[in-house]
Every structure is written in structure tokens, then in C-alpha cells.
Design a protein around this ligand. Structure first.
Ligand code: SAM
Length: 246
């Protein structure tokens, strides 16, 4: 199995690639993270785009989550896990479900590997690459118990809104993979993005809001790294928890 490389960052910034929802960023890897990639990646990671580090697959090409996690349990997908602290904390507090984190930024992938190993977590796996590609190509319909989208890149300029993760086409894709009864939980510290999320999610006939509009941060969601940054800047945080009803 080959180790993940930052080649994906370049791939993501090629003009003929689809519009991505993340910033291709260059960041050096610390020695600890390089070591984590070398030693822990084969156990806990796979690549969305690199055939050298494939995910375990069923004969029909779907992600084989039983082989991936070593058991059959409800799966929570976390899109854009960043440095992974939230994923690791939530998975530790929720051992009966499996957490599949997807992150495009390699240092974040490596950091989550360190956290998984340090806490001895058995219910977390991390995919490197574009979550939307992973969902589109390998996740079967109704295969997810929950989808978490915490502090997605806000793309604040109007001309970049088309890159936002929470928009009708992406939501439709994610919902098709969520089981009926499963939840989609989003959070953001950008008020206009929160309003746009509310509009998009409310307009989807397969979703029902669990409250009137926004929910206070549920106790099971720890304050994330990006959230802390936003709070320090005086931003207001909004959580949205919707349930798929049909
Ligand atoms: C603003 S950060 C938030 C990270 C983390 N959720 C937190 O709250 O600390 C957004 C993250 O989502 C990742 N991301 C955005 N779109 C993605 C996609 N389509 N697939 C995988 N990762 C994505 C970015 O690389 C970035 O690390």
C-alpha cells in the first residue's frame, strides 16, 4: 500500500477538475505526522483518488465498511474533519457507531491518525481526498446513519458561493446516502452561510428540521478548532440538525 501524498492537492487545483469545496493548501508535515503516515496510514487510512491506497471494496465497487471497521455498525460520515480533534472526541464518546472522516488536507489526515492511535480508537477511519467523490463513487444508498459537516470552508465572496459544500446538488447527493431516519448535522460561524444552509435544507422535501431553525450546539458536539477561531473573532455559531424523513 502506498502512502498518501500531497499530489492530490495539485490534482484538486487543475482547471479541468470539478469545482472543489476546499482550498488546495500546502503545509509541511511535522516529523510526528510523517511518522504517523508511515506507520498508521496502512491500518486506518485509505485514499479516495490513489489506486495505490484503495478502500476495501465489495464486488459491486461499494465501500466495504465491514472490512474497513472490522464489524457491522451504523456509520457516521464526517466531511472535512480538519485536524480531527472533534472526530476523535465524538467517536470516543460514541463507541457503538463507526466514524468515517474524510479530509482533503494531508496534515489533518496525519493528525487524526495520531489521535486515533493515542486514544486507541477502534471506530475511526480516515479517507484522504474529496468527500463528494467518495460519496458519489463508493457509498451505497441509505448506507449512512448520520452526516456531519462542521465548519465547512465558508467561501465568503459571492463569486465563490458555488464552491460551498452545503448547496442543493451536494445536499441531494449526501441525502441519497443517508438512511431514512438518519440525521444531517451542519454547523457554521458565518451567519450568511447559516441562513443559506437553512434555506437549502428546509427546501429539501426529504428533510425535516428537528427544531424551528437553528439548534444550540448539542452537548455531544465539542467546540471545534475552526469554531474556536471564529468565536475568538466574535462570530456567532449556528448548528442545524435535520432528519431524513422520506
Ligand atoms: C474550515 S475547515 C473545518 C475543519 C473542522 N471541521 C473544524 O471545525 O475544525 C474545513 C475543512 O474541510 C475540508 N474540506 C472541505 N471540502 C472538503 C471535501 N469536499 N472533501 C474533504 N474535505 C473537505 C477542508 O480541507 C478543511 O480542512
Amino acid at each position: 500500500m502506498s502512502l498518501p501524498s500531497d499530489a492530490f492537492r495539485h490534482l484538486a487545483s487543475r482547471p479541468h477538475e470539478p469545482l472543489r469545496t476546499f482550498h488546495p493548501r500546502r503545509a509541511p508535515l511535522s516529523q510526528e505526522r510523517e511518522d504517523a503516515l508511515r506507520t498508521l496510514w496502512p491500518r486506518y487510512g485509505f485514499s479516495v483518488h490513489d489506486a495505490g491506497s484503495p478502500a476495501p471494496q465489495l464486488p459491486d465497487g461499494a465501500l466495504d465498511t465491514v472490512t474497513l471497521f472490522g464489524r457491522s455498525a451504523p456509520v457516521v460520515l464526517e466531511i472535512g474533519s480538519g485536524m480531527g480533534e472533534t472526530t476523535a472526541a465524538m467517536a470516543a464518546a460514541d463507541p457503538s457507531r463507526d466514524y468515517l472522516a474524510v479530509e482533503a488536507h494531508l496534515p489533518g489526515v496525519a493528525n487524526l491518525l495520531v489521535l486515533i492511535d493515542r486514544a486507541g480508537l477502534t471506530n475511526v477511519r480516515i479517507a484522504h481526498g474529496d468527500a463528494l467523490d467518495l460519496v458519489r463513487t463508493t457509498l451505497p444508498e441509505q448506507s449512512l446513519d448520520a452526516v456531519h459537516v462542521f465548519f465547512p470552508d465558508p467561501w465568503p465572496k459571492a463569486k465563490h458561493h458555488k464552491r460551498r459544500l452545503v448547496q442543493p446538488a451536494h445536499v441531494g447527493l449526501l441525502l441519497s446516502r443517508l438512511r431514512v431516519g438518519g440525521t444531517l448535522h451542519c454547523a457554521t460561524d458565518w451567519v450568511d452561510y447559516a441562513d443559506a444552509m437553512l434555506e437549502v435544507l428546509t427546501a429539501d422535501p426529504s428533510l425535516e428540521n428537528t427544531v424551528d431553525a437553528f439548534v444550540p450546539r448539542p452537548p455531544y458536539r465539542p467546540v471545534t478548532k475552526f469554531e474556536r477561531r471564529g468565536l475568538d473573532l466574535g462570530h456567532e455559531v449556528r448548528d442545524l440538525v435535520f432528519r431524513r424523513v422520506r
